[in-house]
Write a protein that binds this ligand. Structure first.
Ligand SMILES: Nc1ncnc2c1ncn2[C@@H]1O[C@H](COP(=O)(O)OP(=O)(O)OP(=O)(O)O)[C@@H](O)[C@H]1O
Length: 252
């Protein structure tokens, strides 16, 4: 199963990706987290792994990939960055970080001011997800960048299911309307995960959200999660809400 995680900035996408990956690993499922957010620097810490090298470098680097895209656009041709299908065991080992039963690949980061746009990362992320061939037990979790650009890049189209993280904010509720329409447009099932909640907030979010029937999980505001985020530490604790979420995803 390929799961894309989206939501507004700071809503808890990386936190959910890490908690979910850990939970699947505890259940002995092969798990790959794909970091498609070119700005996020801390996902590996939440997973307790080293930072992987940018997968972009395996394909010759951002300049090379960018030039291929430009040439293809000029020739009105399609861009094929990856030949054939990859399984989780085909991943180039030097570009995979591993820890606690979870593998992590990072498509690429913006490293320097003025280095150009992130379009090559978007193209590679989509093709990488598309070309992954999964076994029945395999789980791929793609952490996306904040907002909706990844929908424009076609990344969500490669997912079997999209989880949108909503924190208690007006912006999350409004973004849910937009994302719900986009997910319907590409025909990928979308579920909402309410995060950083307390009982009062949950009630208000249920009233304000675009389609409450899509809510499948509520993760409370937890000091342990906040502390791990501040200290750059791995999220090791088990959370009942995440166990429930996995079961909902399995029953789909
Ligand atoms: N349930 C929670 N309880 C307490 N703190 C939380 C919870 N979920 C997330 N946080 C905290 O909220 C902050 C943002 O979380 P996170 O980095 O996962 O968000 P994000 O959506 O991935 O952010 P970005 O848009 O920058 O990639 C972090 O400090 C994290 O520790």
């Amino acid at each position: 199963m390929k799961i894309a995680i989206c939501g507004k900035g700071g809503s808890g996408k990386s936190t959910l990706a890490a908690l979910l990956a850990r939970e699947y690993a505890r259940r002995n499922r092969p798990v790959l987290v794909v970091d498609t957010d070119e700005s996020n620097l801390g996902l590996h810490r939440l997973l307790g792994t080293d930072a992987p090298s940018d997968l972009m470098n395996y394909f010759g680097g951002k300049m090379t990939v960018g030039a291929k895209i430009m040439a293809a656009m000029r020739d009105k041709a399609s861009v094929n960055l990856i030949e054939g299908a990859w399984t989780l065991d085909d991943l180039p080992k030097d570009y995979v970080a591993e820890g606690h039963g979870v593998r992590l690949v990072s498509v690429g980061k913006i490293h320097d001011a003025g280095e150009g746009c992130a379009c090559p990362m978007g193209m590679l992320a989509r093709q990488f997800l598309k070309n992954l061939r999964l076994g029945d037990n395999d789980v791929v979790i793609a952490d996306t960048e904040a907002g909706i650009e990844h929908f424009g890049r076609g990344i969500d189209q490669e997912a079997d299911v999209i989880l949108m993280v909503l924190d208690p904010s007006f912006e999350s509720l409004r973004l849910a309307e937009k994302i719900t329409g986009m997910a319907e447009g590409i025909g990928v099932p979308l579920y909402y995960v309410l995060n950083k909640t307390d009982p009062t907030m949950v009630a208000r979010m249920r009233e304000g959200v675009a389609d409450p029937s899509r809510i499948v999980c509520e993760i409370p505001q937890e000091p342990g999660i906040l502390e791990a985020g501040l200290g750059g530490q791995a999220l090791t604790d088990r959370h009942q809400a995440i166990g429930t979420l996995v079961e909902v995803l399995e029953r789909r």
